[in-house]
Write a protein that binds this ligand. Structure first.
Ligand code: ASP
Length: 290
């Protein structure tokens, strides 16, 4: 996260926090709070989610998202959607309305449309900043410079995620992304895969990840961290262990937020920065490093 975008990231997570908190404050469900927070960040062009996302190699926006309910373990995911402004809302429709868990591409778009969602054109999700960023990445690639996405923690990851605990003691998690810059069309990362970039079970924990998706997927990292909590580890320790495991085992880089149904939570990242914010009845904090 370069210096010139720090304020926008901080403002973005603060606004998302307020949206999520509004739901919880009036006794709403954790799932609804997660959705409200993520929609706020999908609508904010600062992040790699919704409009303003990184572009695929061929200049399109292709989005992935997942939501999971810790009380029922119902889950809904969409992958590679190109005509949905708020993929987290489509994921929620899958969670609520379908016996299936995961839809991709045109089938996902059709499902969302059949359940009342208006589709957009892909061009409406593409912004000038990302056209320029893609051009620069491709120029570097053509000049033989290494692809930073796979090279180290200096690469940019802007996936958004949220976890929440409601007044009924239920937890939920959600993650939404445009994936990685210059990705091959059809590539799906960790974000929308259950247990990889997102997971929730009242009996363990709710987790959401960001970072280089391929190593996170191989380690099924969100579930790995939740399992540590189930075994008795505090979320604060489990989240640090998970990021250390990602680095040690696969030289991966990323970050995670983790929350259990007792309200204990942890935040960790091995990238130089990661914007985060939390609020409880005890108080509120945010930062770009932890
Ligand atoms: N984890 C996402 C992916 O690999 C990227 C990100 O976190 O920004 O698709």
């Amino acid at each position: 996260m370069p210096d010139d975008v720090l304020d926008a990231h901080r403002r973005g997570v603060e606004k998302a926090l307020a949206e999520g908190w509004r739901v919880l404050e009036r006794g709403g469900k954790a799932l609804d709070a997660v959705q409200a927070a993520i929609i706020s960040m999908e609508n904010d062009e600062t992040f790699d989610a919704g409009r303003g996302s990184f572009l695929t190699r061929d200049g399109r926006v292709q989005l992935d998202a997942l939501m999971m309910d810790g009380a029922t373990m119902r889950a809904g995911g969409v992958g590679c959607v190109e005509r949905i402004r708020n993929p987290i809302a489509a994921a929620r429709l899958v969670l609520d309305e379908s016996p299936h868990v995961y839809f991709v591409g045109e089938g996902a778009e059709r499902f969302a449309q059949e359940h009342g969602m208006e589709l957009c054109r892909n061009e409406e999700l593409v912004i000038e900043r990302e056209i320029k960023r893609l051009r620069e990445a491709q120029e570097k690639e053509a000049a033989g410079h290494p692809d930073l996405t796979f090279a180290g923690p200096q690469s940019s990851h802007d996936t958004v995620g949220a976890v929440a605990l409601d007044a009924n003691g239920n937890i939920a998690a959600g993650t939404s992304t445009g994936g990685t810059l210059n990705k091959d069309p059809g590539r799906v990362g960790d974000s929308s895969l259950i247990g990889c970039g997102c997971y929730a079970d009242n009996e363990s924990a709710a987790a959401s990840c960001t970072g280089w998706g391929e190593p996170i997927m191989k380690l099924v990292l969100a579930k790995w961290a939740a399992d540590r909590v189930r075994e008795g580890m505090a979320p604060d320790a489990a989240v640090k262990e998970a990021i250390a495991y990602l680095e040690r085992r696969l030289k991966g880089h990323g970050g995670m937020i983790l929350l259990d149904s007792r309200g204990r939570f942890g935040i960790a990242h091995n990238t130089p920065r990661m914007a985060w914010a939390y609020k409880s009845t005890q108080g509120e904090r945010n930062g770009i490093k932890c």
